[in-house]
Design a protein around this ligand. Structure first.
Ligand SMILES: [Zn+2]
Length: 338
């Protein structure tokens, strides 16, 4: 089968690999319906995250179950399934509290930019659809696996509710999904910080009410002006840099929450500043498993169309171009046809 290996920074290749096999009785093997490249894949691709050895890439997936281990009960061969990018048992205390991304057995999915993948902890990780979905829904169901689930978590963690004024920091795919999530949760005003026309257009399409293209102090000033100098009720931090986190803290009103889902790279906090800013923060890897049933329903009933975030579609063989286009910001997110 074909799969994707990152050999070194900038060197990602689609290669022939042995087909994955059941290794534990809790595993399932799926044939992917489609795969994609994640913004977080760009960290090792850009050499900003060390990889010791060549690494199998891909953690977003949906597809049809080909084989199950002896202990798997919740999905069966032939089911169409979507899973989280975090593998979880969905039964430990953290999972029961809805934080499957801190599962006692937590592991991170790899090897999904491929035709076939092994899914450990299948019972706790996968959710099957009642029937096989229409082909045109595949991109949206794939998006649920990580990018939408993560944007949704940002809105959930930031406690977005009906009538909220929301600021989304970051116009990558996750930020755009954060806009979609805030809209679904009834936010009245959704301000996105974005400097790119195609991303601004998609943000407006997903429900953004205001675009702020300024950054730094100018961006903060604009947002304060848009919110009667109060700041936002909820801030979604979807980048993970010092600049984006500082921005989030500066536009959050006292008593608000920041949902932060950009993987932090070099972010530091000043304790006294946090103390006097008086905002709450909740973030981390998204517990997508908690949201899967609801988000899959929204997609299957065609209430949302997160799949529009894929603005480049390539065959898996051209995965290197998929990475390059995202790295150069020519594409928001690449869908890989398998
Ligand atoms: Zn667990």
């Amino acid at each position: 089968m074909l799969g994707t290996i990152l050999h070194a920074p900038g060197d990602v290749r689609c290669v022939h690999l042995p087909e994955p096999e059941i290794l534990a009785p809790t595993d399932a093997i799926i044939r992917l319906s489609a795969s994609c490249v994640c913004g977080s894949d760009l960290w090792p691709y850009r050499g900003l995250q060390d990889i010791g050895a060549p690494m199998a890439m891909g953690h977003e997936y949906c597809g049809v179950v080909l084989e199950i281990g002896a202990a798997v009960k919740n999905v069966k061969v032939g089911d169409f399934v979507v899973g989280s990018f975090v593998l979880s048992d969905n039964s430990c205390p953290h999972c029961k509290h809805g934080f499957q991304s801190s599962c006692e057995q937590r592991a991170f999915m790899t090897g999904a930019q491929a035709q076939i993948a092994r899914i450990p902890l299948a019972d706790g990780t996968l959710v099957a659809t009642p029937t096989h979905p229409d082909e045109d829904l595949i991109p949206s169901l794939l998006a649920v696996s990580d990018v939408l689930g993560t944007g949704w978590y940002a809105a959930d963690a930031a406690r977005v509710q009906a009538g909220s004024t929301v600021v989304v920091v970051g116009d990558g795919a996750v930020g755009l999904m954060g806009v979609l999530a805030a809209k679904q949760k009834g936010a009245e005003r959704i301000i996105i910080m974005s400097r790119h026309k195609t991303r601004q257009d998609l943000a407006l399409d997903y429900g953004a009410t205001d675009i702020v293209s300024e950054r730094g102090d100018d961006g903060v000033t604009r947002i304060k002006a848009l919110t009667q100098r109060i700041g936002a009720d909820a801030v979604l931090e979807c980048v993970g840099t010092q600049q984006s986190m500082t921005q989030a803290l500066q536009v959050a009103r006292p008593g608000s929450m920041i949902g932060y889902v950009g993987v932090p790279h070099g972010v530091q906090f000043d304790g006294a500043n946090l103390f006097f800013t008086q905002v709450g923060m909740l973030g981390g890897p998204a517990p997508v498993r908690r949201f899967l049933p609801h988000l899959m329903d929204l997609v299957l009933s065609r209430k949302i169309n997160p799949g529009k975030v894929f603005d480049l579609e390539l065959p898996l063989q051209d995965v290197a171009e998929g990475y390059k286009a995202m790295d150069e910001r020519r594409a928001i997110k690449t869908l890989l046809r398998v």
